[in-house]
Ligand binder design. Structure first.
Ligand code: 3HC
Length: 309
């Protein structure tokens, strides 16, 4: 059996591809693409909620939010490390992000206008992340799949804390209930866009499914998310902003309205409400952290010289 046949047989047996295994260049390239963009999304994703850490309404809410934002940083680190096992260079990936040559999730290009946004991001955005990422625990690339197991456990906590925050607000004043409804109206459609373009316009899905990088298509996971969210919205007492949302007994799923893909394309190409501020902050943080990287490198070199004596 040659290397390619061995690779194909490993995928066919649902076994994992590990860093030292031979893999087609295309597999390595698309894995680096997906893992790097996932990592970028986690790091940029710290910003929308991070804006509320200093303004959380109680010490408890502040502690929960701090833990969540810190988790996202950790998710980014696991994923950059997974990308490095494929031969990617972390500095290069950061430069690609900052230079707009690699993507991060569209969902993080919207403002967080009230504290209800923190709850709705936990409920809807982390909920969508769970729908999208639990299947990735079975992705064919070992380091990525293993990173996903821990990330999904933490995302589940994030989703629950967001929903609990919203349940608290919904049992509060009318003004608080209105804040939750307003945030739901603003985050619902962008959450559906997190799953990517419709399958018919997805340039990577077909090959990613053959290589078992992806286990379900964008539309399949989007539908799963809608079906999961509708009963949660009813329990919460909010209305999802889609008049076409209706249970279809024949399909056994909820039908939902048309997504504004022109808007999605605009946001992905950099013209969303917050794209510029997100990348400017990331660039400033990277530049501002240069002295830390220099100091760490100098310390490591000093340690090496000591050990060499
Ligand atoms: N935002 C930005 N770009 C997107 C996108 C989105 N929501 N959805 C798709 N795209 C891009 C793709 O990256 C691709 O561009 P590229 O070829 O230059 O990379 C193009 O649109 C076509 O999309 P495809 O469907 O062909 O791309 P994929 O097969 O990669 O599917 C995906 C897109 C479903 C996002 C897939 O990459 C994936 O599952 N990635 C892993 C999960 C992830 O990255 N989630 C992002 C959210 S981070 C998060 O959940 C943090 C949590 O704390 C909330």
């Amino acid at each position: 059996m040659n290397l390619e046949q061995d690779f194909d047989a490993t995928i066919a047996r649902d076994q994992r591809i590990e860093p030292r295994d031979w893999m087609p260049d295309g597999y390595r390239k698309t894995m680096i693409r997906q893992v790097a963009q996932h990592a970028h999304s986690e790091i940029i994703g710290m910003q929308p909620e991070g804006d509320w850490i200093t303004r959380a309404p109680s010490l408890r809410r502040k502690a929960i939010l701090l833990a969540k934002v810190q988790d996202e940083a950790g998710h980014g680190l696991y994923l950059y490390s997974a990308a490095e096992t494929l031969g990617a260079d972390r500095d290069d990936l950061t430069e690609r992000l900052i230079g707009g040559r690699q993507k991060y999730s569209s969902i993080f290009n919207y403002p967080t206008l009230t504290f209800a946004d923190v709850g709705v991001i936990g409920w809807l955005v982390d909920g969508a992340a769970i729908c999208n990422q639990v299947p990735l625990c079975r992705s064919s690339y070992g380091p990525y799949a293993r990173a996903m197991i821990r990330i999904c456990k933490e995302e589940s906590f994030h989703q629950r804390q967001g929903y609990e925050l919203l349940m608290t607000m919904m049992s509060g004043t009318q003004a608080q209930r209105d804040m939750v409804q307003d945030a739901t109206d603003r985050w619902w459609w962008p959450s559906l866009m997190m799953f990517g373009p419709p399958d018919a316009q997805s340039t990577n899905t077909a090959q990613s499914m053959v290589w078992k990088i992806k286990r379900h298509t964008n539309d399949e996971l989007r539908q799963r998310f809608v079906d999961m969210s509708v009963p949660q919205a009813e329990k919460l007492g909010v209305t999802l902003p889609d008049p076409d949302l209706k249970w279809n007994a024949e399909r056994g799923h909820y039908d939902f309205g048309e997504i504004d893909w022109a808007h999605f394309k605009e946001v992905v190409s950099g013209n969303g409400p917050c794209n510029e501020i997100r990348l400017t902050r990331r660039r400033k943080a990277h530049e501002g952290g240069q002295w830390v990287r220099d100091a760490a490198a100098a310390h490591a070199a000093k340690q090496q010289r000591k050990e060499a004596v």
